[in-house]
Design a binder for this molecule. Structure first.
Ligand SMILES: Cc1cc2nc3c(=O)[nH]c(=O)nc-3n(C[C@H](O)[C@H](O)[C@H](O)COP(=O)(O)OP(=O)(O)OC[C@H]3O[C@@H](n4cnc5c(N)ncnc54)[C@H](O)[C@@H]3O)c2cc1C
Length: 479
């Protein structure tokens, strides 16, 4: 784009959004371009901050007219670069941060309508204000937005009970690539009047439409909660334990988080005031949370009985049950600190994968052995939402290897992990999405029919490749 066309377009953006709606200053751009993994840094032509659905639609029409692509952005906490810029002079970031109101909370219908730029924490608080729960929780919830959560179909530790973001969405308002607004903001629980178009946009990572608001499902607020930290001798025993806990505690099981000893060691180094909850060290740990909306004081006893049974059967080596919220929070803190704590172990190559739960012991053993053959001394730190089969298969550098030498082995490590995932009929992207980071991997490994349908959908909804090009479908794949 030549200089005259460029300044004309920037003036047009300002006319629609006002001066404060257009960010161009280099220092101000940093918070939109610096993403959590530090992989992508390119600057956009501008960051645009619409304050209404109509302004989003007007910006889409302007961008379309000038052939400028749009990268939607919420809280910029995405872990696969979906919110980042690929071609600086030809792309704008459209930030939803000024669209952050809660339009409606319906206690009787157990739903709320949030604008896309609301943080997840704001939506949780709005639900709580009427005594209900929005059943989604991520460590990034103070910054990640409802629009971003829907666009990535986020999961989290409550997914094992309530499902991921897809299960929480009742209706969507979406600005399409041609500037029209799809008004699907229903809170109906039953609506079979044709194709469910919401499902197209959930998990589409900003490539099919710009989500501007969502109607969300709420559930009853828990009245009893219990958290326990359990030591386990091996992964097969962990699976037996999962089965036993589900049999005894049923739908009260709300979170089942796996962590290895290496992760706990990293965390104990990283948090000086934290301590090992159990007297002896174990190879694996399970963090269990149970909740029920039924009033009473029976849940803790039920959990203790289930854990005693697990100990009798030899599947739980030791356990501690949190007696109060403070103790429960300190157990959760150990889990939440794994990602930052892992940095104390040097470079970490990360893989957000899922496999069928029953295959986890075999998958982990086989993959770790292949990695050790390729990179002797590599330190797998495999943790995550074991109840969903979702593992963060993170690999810390060998203690005697330089960081750059380990980084150079990323391709080899990815191949080993993803080959094993495919062999076990798993997914190379469980909850973080494909974004830019895994688009090439999906193009190489994805099912041909599925990829063909995805390309056709993209062409039908966004024929000019205006919305987040190069994300999900690798560059050149969508045309
Ligand atoms: C500390 C930490 C912990 C995390 N824990 C989890 C976890 O447990 N589970 C999990 O699933 N993820 C987790 N994440 C990843 C991240 O928080 C989620 O992917 C989140 O849903 C992204 O929301 P966001 O608003 O930050 O989106 P962004 O990062 O801004 O964008 C992510 C993607 O969504 C698109 N997008 C954003 N808003 C819109 C919109 N309104 N319309 C259309 N497209 C849009 C973007 O283009 C991009 O492709 C974590 C991240 C961090 C930093």
């Amino acid at each position: 784009m030549d200089i005259t066309a460029r300044s004309g377009l920037l003036e047009a953006f300002s006319r629609v959004l006002g001066q404060s709606g257009v960010v161009r200053d280099a220092a101000d751009l940093d918070r939109y371009t610096a993403e959590p993994r530090g992989r992508y840094h390119e600057r956009p032509l501008a960051v645009l901050r619409p304050a209404s659905t109509q302004e989003v639609a007007a910006i889409v029409l302007l961008c379309r007219e000038h052939g400028v692509a749009i990268v939607p952005q919420g809280g910029n906490t995405g872990l696969v670069g979906g919110q980042s810029i690929d071609r600086p002079e030809h792309e704008v970031i459209l930030s939803l941060e000024r669209m952050r109101s809660i339009r409606e909370v319906d206690a009787d219908g157990a739903s709320l309508i949030a604008e896309a730029g609301c943080t997840l924490a704001t939506a949780q608080a709005a639900a709580e204000s009427v005594g209900l729960l929005f059943p989604m929780s991520l460590a990034s919830e103070g910054t990640a937005t409802i629009g971003g959560n829907i666009a990535t179909n986020a999961g989290g530790h409550l997914t094992v009970r309530y499902g991921n973001m897809r299960r929480q969405v009742l209706g969507l308002e979406v600005v399409l690539a041609d500037g029209r607004v799809l008004d699907g903001l229903t809170s109906l629980r039953k609506d079979n009047s044709g194709y469910d178009l919401n499902q197209l946009f959930i998990g589409s990572e900003g490539t099919l439409g710009i989500i501007t608001a969502a109607s969300l499902n709420l559930v009853s607020m828990p009245r009893q909660s219990m958290t326990a930290f359990i030591g386990v001798h091996d992964l097969p025993a962990t699976l037996t334990l999962l089965r036993l806990l589900r049999n005894h505690l049923g739908e009260t099981v709300s979170a089942l988080e796996l962590m290895p000893r290496l992760a706990l060691d990293f965390v104990l180094d990283y948090l000086p005031d934290a301590h090992d909850p159990l007297v002896r060290a174990y190879p694996w740990y399970l963090l269990l949370q149970c909740d029920t909306a039924v009033a009473g004081d029976w849940l803790q006893d039920a959990c203790v009985q289930a854990l005693e049974r697990a100990a009798d059967e030899g599947v739980a080596a030791d356990a501690v049950v949190a007696g109060d919220d403070t103790r429960a929070n300190s157990l959760w803190r150990l889990r939440e600190a794994i990602s930052p704590a892992q940095k104390t172990g040097g470079v970490s190559l990360k893989h957000d994968i899922s496999v069928p739960v029953a295959t986890i012991p075999e998958f982990v053993a086989e993959t770790c052995a292949a990695l050790e053959r390729q990179v002797p001394g590599i330190r797998p730190c495999v943790f995550g939402h074991i109840g969903d089969g979702n593992l963060h298969f993170n690999l810390s550098q060998p203690e005697d290897m330089a960081a750059d030498a380990f980084r150079a082995l990323e391709g080899d490590c990815n191949r080993i992990v993803f080959d094993a995932v495919v062999r076990h009929r798993g997914s190379i992207a469980a909850e973080h999405g494909i974004g830019r980071l895994r688009a090439g991997e999906l193009a190489r490994r994805g099912d041909a029919v599925r990829l063909d349908l995805m390309r056709r959908l993209k062409r039908a909804l966004d024929p000019d490749d205006l919305l987040n090009p190069g994300k999900v479908l690798a560059p050149g794949e969508s045309g």
